[in-house]
Write a protein that binds this ligand. Structure first.
Ligand code: AMP
Length: 615
């Protein structure tokens, strides 16, 4: 593996990056650093955020800029204030051991006077947003005639945000003989135009393919009905208890609405959009950055330049209007060599868009099934157990209380204590999800659950009108078939019938076990709904009434007389029978710690959002 030392960086720079903990260069750094260090070429580099591109251009700059002189030698343009601040901080870190380095950030939403004052002290490197830079140039407070290097970072984003004119105006004030380094995650025509207009035979460098999403991102999508979109989002949050995620919405109103609903439902979430004041946005970003906020709900524009590491999931609450925004959004996860998951929640009409995305990003998108209530409960239970297992005990502080605690619990066995301990929190999920319905819509929009490999869907002629719920139905089916619960991982109880999934290898035996079985005097009918991929046929007599059945023969009655299944109810609320009320159940839940909600403010959206292809 190539080392930083081999790339030709100077000693003070190597020392600084050593202190930052960088051990080996990232692929983009390996490619661009040697070229940029020559200080002679223009480059166009296709790189996502999170690939280490800031160090890719920042480290060579440390060697190329003369920090003994005061004149401005490098100008870095970036789309957002957040990115500007991040780049400036990174450069300051790289320049830690360079004498006389002065790196100044100028961006909107902060005092221009202070920035002008900082520039006056002689900044060798200026990091700017285009709008503010134009202001400062107009006021003649910066001299760009001495510039040797212009770096356009996230060029596609700058153009998307409508900074085309500003870029033209800034670039036209810089000398012709400078070098221009352009970094962009995607290469739309507008970026090509900039490179043709302002660059001299640029070297093209690509990490991954053009417009190609980061290799470490897994792309999945859930297909649901429009009405269930929000319920699916909550399932995702519950299924990934350790989620640290960004949720993208298409509009400011939708962003605020989703964030408000999540907060109301007890999730640790907040909004980020252009109707909030700069102070509010800074506050939210600060909480997200230091991870006191678990889910940030944002618009595409507001989330530009979010450079938070370790985001585990990017959730597309809706697919973006502009195709390219998908890449920008998902690129917020899987930064710095980490892995991440990008989840799109779509309705049946949007499946074509997924195919388009596959074509453009050259990545495979897999359809995943929206986690069932059972799966979520299981996941939450084991997460809880893991936390109990790994929790740090503060021996000193707790010691004096323990004798009394032991005394209080002395009548309980180890097993009882474990059960009760995990139940304290787990009951909430169990209770919430006990009648949760299936939220998957199938491709044709009929609302049926998609086929799952290794399982066959069966129709069961019993439902909530037989006083059965998901749990009691499962108990009844396992007891009658004599099979283990794991054979039936999924049960969806409707009013007069139910659908279940049974492992393929036992499905025939399972159906046979219900031949001639009655439930409260009525024959039970179970039929295969088949699995096309596995060549398992559908039973023919679909559509018969639930009272149909095969008729004739001796019926085995199941009920009070044979010590078998009884519709069980417990006062504690563990089982409550009754009907399943559909996705509206997913509306309330005591969940993560709630944080104070942000309210709207006076931020005026910068410029019209344009560029990029539509679907
Ligand atoms: P960037 O794409 O420039 O936003 O960088 C993403 C993250 O990766 C930042 O937190 C950097 O500090 C970190 N990073 C950049 N280069 C390296 C490297 N060679 N080794 C380890 N971390 C790095």
């Amino acid at each position: 593996m190539i080392k930083f030392e081999a790339l030709g960086l100077s000693q003070p720079v190597l020392k600084a990056i050593g202190e930052l903990g960088f051990e080996t260069p990232t692929p983009i750094q390996e490619k661009v650093i040697p070229i940029l260090l020559e200080g002679k070429k223009d480059i166009v580099a296709l790189a996502q955020t999170g690939t280490g591109k800031t160090a890719g251009f920042g480290l060579p700059l440390m060697s190329l800029v003369d920090f003994t002189a005061k004149r401005t030698q490098a100008l870095i343009l970036a789309p957002t204030r957040e990115l500007c601040m991040q780049i400036t901080q990174d450069l300051k870190n790289f320049a830690k051991h360079m004498q006389g380095a002065n790196i100044v950030a100028v961006y909107g939403g902060a005092s221009i006077q202070n920035q002008i004052y900082d520039l006056k002290k002689g900044a060798q490197i200026v990091v700017a947003t285009p709008g503010r830079m134009v202001d400062i140039i107009d006021r003649k407070r910066v001299d760009l005639t001495t510039i040797n290097y212009v770096i356009l970072d996230e060029a596609d984003e700058m153009l998307n945000m409508g900074f085309q004119e500003d870029l033209d105006s800034i670039l036209s004030t810089t000398p012709d003989e400078k070098n221009t380094w352009l970094f962009s995650a995607t290469m739309p025509d507008e970026v090509l135009r900039i490179s043709r207009k302002y660059m001299n035979a640029p070297v093209e460098i690509t990490v991954g393919g053009k417009n190609q999403a980061n290799e470490n991102i897994e792309h999945i999508y859930y297909v649901t009905h429009e009405r269930d979109r929000y319920a699916v989002l909550k399932r995702v949050a519950d299924y990934y208890p350790e989620i640290f995620g960004l949720v993208f919405c298409r509009t400011k109103i939708e962003t605020q609405k989703v964030a408000d609903s999540l907060i109301k439902d007890g999730y640790n979430a907040d909004a980020l959009h252009g109707d909030m004041s700069q102070a509010q946005r800074d506050h939210v970003m600060k909480r997200f950055r230091n991870r006191t906020l678990q889910m940030l709900v944002a618009t595409d524009v507001a989330a530009r330049g979010i450079d938070v590491n370790d985001i585990t999931h990017v959730i597309h609450y809706n697919l973006p209007d502009e195709i390219e925004n998908y890449t920008h959004r998902s690129g917020r996860t899987a930064r710095a060599g980490k892995t991440g998951i990008s989840i799109a929640i779509i309705n049946t009409r949007d499946e074509g868009k997924i195919r388009t995305l596959e074509r453009i990003t050259k990545k495979k998108f897999s359809r995943a099934l929206i986690p069932s209530g059972y799966e979520i409960c299981e996941k939450q239970l084991f997460w809880l157990v893991q936390r109990v297992h790994d929790t740090q005990v503060n021996e000193e502080s707790i010691a004096s209380y323990l004798p009394k605690v032991y005394d209080e619990l002395k009548d309980l066995s180890r097993e009882e204590i474990i059960k009760r301990l995990v139940s304290i929190e787990f009951n909430r999920f169990l209770d919430y999800y006990k009648n949760a319905t299936d939220l998957n819509a199938n491709a044709s929009g009929s609302g049926e659950r998609a086929e799952r490999k290794g399982f066959v869907r069966l129709f069961v002629s019993l439902g909530s009108m037989d006083d059965l719920n998901r749990q009691t139905m499962k108990e009844y089916l396992t007891q009658t078939s004599g099979m283990d619960e794991s054979v039936i991982p999924w049960v969806d109880v409707k009013n007069s019938f139910s659908f279940i999934e049974v492992k393929t290898e036992v499905y025939e035996a399972f159906i046979n076990a219900f031949k001639n079985v009655e439930f409260k005097g009525r024959p039970v009918r179970i039929e295969s709904r088949g699995n096309r991929e596995e060549g398992i046929p559908r039973d023919r007599n679909r559509g018969k009434s639930r009272f149909g059945g095969d008729g004739g023969g001796e019926r085995r009655s199941f009920g009070s007389n044979n010590g078998g299944f009884k519709s069980r109810r417990r006062g504690s609320g563990d089982y409550s029978g009754g009907s399943s009320s559909g996705s509206s159940r997913d509306n309330d839940r005591g969940g993560f710690r709630r944080d104070k909600k942000s309210t709207g403010g006076g931020y005026k959206g910068k410029k019209k959002f344009s560029g990029g292809g539509s679907w």
